[in-house]
Design a protein around this ligand. Structure first.
Ligand code: AMP
Length: 535
């Protein structure tokens, strides 16, 4: 192939957003802003303050709080080593030349990569950039031994590609206990996770900043992206957005549970979200829940054969999750299982009754759903979920509940806690489906100018109009008036301000109303006053 032909074939790669992520574009982003602005306003009226949290946190924070056996931890966590590109690349080079020897990867090249990585990792350990983990010592030792062994390896021609080198593969295999093992196991940074939710982070921050010293309870809300490596579908993304709130400390008075729920409902009401349905449940406490779980497990074992593989597995790992099942064939069986409400301890039963009473006083309409257990381990007592219209099978827009033990579990003092997370993507989807999305925002004024003098006046006019709060489009290059007016139309402008030589010398500007084509002349101050009145 000629050089020219090869160049032609080499099309630059087209990039796409990573699977499960998406760009949010105007005009949709205007709706996102409105939703978020409404959250700021409504939550503030309930005395909540905003907390902004890191997007990644130590992996243990989530494993410990959400629970090892949950889907979020087992299947959906985005976990990676917190490493600098250089060190990562250096290790990748070694890995690639050992496991996937390319043509250019000779003993010489491999030795170069090995030594380069060794120098970098040693420097990073010395400087503290990579934390020294005693559990890793053995890998570093294997690695050094391996490098030493390899440095001593005598081959006739070190530049022969590895795969053609007799015995090279064998030699590499022989290094098994050393290099291969080490290069797989050697850590170049601590493990961090892109947050799958924010409750654990809020609790971490509560402890870290000694917020138990503040007047209790502390009421915080957050908004931002969360990450779960789920199978993408409508209403389910790998990067999605949540708006959530937490009440930490103070008492576990049922009025707190009810007020938190009242706040979400007030927020949805303000947004005019359609078809909102609130479901509540109590899943008991550390005393009564284990007894119920055992009862449930026993009941499930009796019908094990009739359940699908997921539920069969959950009988052992987390029987409560069987109640979550959406499998048609399991619904009849689940209906016969014991209900938690009748197995709550006295305190939990009283708490649940009081939460319901408090909701009624507040005029919050709810439905009880004894199967609502929620997927995360830290919940206790009150749990709730809110669904909205137009979302198909992924119709939950909000989930929440009480988690009194969580702060303590994360090393803080015993602390009461309750909160919720709203799925913002689904909230937006539901608002769009019911026609609550704002229409595309057109410009207020399009400035059609012609000539250098008019350009200077147009720039000044744009500045003044923008200062007064109008949205203004100022074309960067001169256009014929006909084209300019066409452009103004396409952008949905309400007015065209026409500035040509005549207007500038007369000091009278022409304003065309695009809806009816009428036009009138104004002095500069009159124009501003007129626009203020009519926009
Ligand atoms: P959770 O933190 O699992 O209780 O979820 C709270 C809310 O976040 C859910 O009710 C959904 O509205 C939303 N949500 C959870 N996972 C996703 C996802 N993968 N994509 C979009 N929204 C989600």
């Amino acid at each position: 192939m000629s050089e020219g032909a090869a160049k032609k074939e080499e099309k630059p790669r087209k990039f796409h957003a990573t699977r499960g992520t998406r760009d949010l574009l105007p005009p949709e982003t205007a709706l996102w802003n409105r939703v978020e602005q409404t959250a700021h306003e409504v939550f503030a009226t309930f005395g909540f303050g905003e907390i902004r949290l890191p997007v990644f946190e130590p992996s243990d924070l989530f494993v410990r709080s959400i629970g090892q056996e949950t889907d979020v931890v087992q299947k959906e966590m985005y976990i990676f080593e917190d490493a600098r590109g250089e060190i990562w690349l250096a290790r990748e080079n070694v890995r690639n030349s050992i496991f996937r020897p390319a043509e250019r990867s000779s003993v010489e090249v491999l030795k170069g990569f090995l030594n380069d990585f060794q120098v970098r990792i040693q420097a990073a350990l010395r400087s503290g950039e990579v934390e020294h983990d005693p559990g890793q010592s053995q890998y570093y030792k294997y690695f050094s031994d391996g490098v030493e062994y390899f440095n001593k390896l005598v081959v006739k021609d070190p530049s022969v590609p590895l795969q053609f080198l007799d015995k090279a593969q064998e030699e590499i295999e022989r290094m098994g206990p050393f290099l291969k093992h080490a290069i797989v196991g050697v850590r170049i940074g601590s493990f961090v996770v892109l947050r799958p939710e924010a409750t654990a982070s809020v609790c971490r921050a509560y402890i870290e900043h000694g917020m138990q010293q503040l007047p209790q309870p502390v009421k915080l809300y957050y908004m931002g992206p969360m990450f779960r490596r789920e199978r993408p579908q409508k209403g389910r993304y790998r990067q999605f957005y949540q708006i959530g709130a937490e009440v930490l400390g103070g008492s576990d008075a049922p009025a707190i549970d009810a007020e938190v729920i009242e706040m979400v409902m007030a927020f949805f009401d303000r947004l005019e979200l359609q078809g909102v349905q609130l479901e509540i449940n109590s899943i008991g406490c550390r005393d009564c829940r284990p007894k119920y779980v055992e009862l449930l497990r026993a009941a499930l074992l009796k019908v094990k054969d009739k359940l699908g593989p997921d539920s069969q597995r959950r009988i052992e790992t987390n029987p409560l999750r069987v109640l979550d099942s959406k499998l048609e064939s399991e619904q009849g069986i689940i209906a016969t299982l014991p209900h938690i409400a009748v197995h709550l301890c006295e305190e939990c039963a009283a708490h649940y009754a009081a939460v319901k009473h408090q909701l009624e006083i507040r005029g919050v309409i709810y439905r009880e759903n004894w199967r609502l257990v929620r997927g995360l381990d830290y919940y206790m007592r009150t749990t709730f979920e809110i669904t909205a219209q137009g979302l198909g099978s992924q119709n939950a827009v909000c989930g929440g509940g009480r988690y009194d033990g969580l702060v303590e579990l994360l090393g803080g003092p015993p602390t009461k806690g309750i909160g919720f997370a709203i799925g913002e993507d689904r909230l937006i989807l539901s608002l769009q489906e019911s026609g609550k999305a704002p229409a595309q925002q057109g410009r207020d004024v399009y400035i059609a100018w012609m000539g250098e003098r008019a350009h200077a006046t147009a720039i000044r006019a744009a500045k003044d109009l923008r200062k007064a709060g109008f949205s203004v489009e100022l074309p960067p290059v001169e256009q014929k008036f006909g084209k300019a007016l066409g452009q103004a139309d396409k952008l949905g402008a309400k007015y065209a301000l026409i500035l040509g030589d005549n207007e500038v010398s007369e000091g009278l500007w022409t304003l065309k109303t695009l809806a009816d084509g009428s036009q009138a002349k104004y002095t500069e101050p009159d124009l501003l006053a007129h626009l203020r009145k009519s926009l």
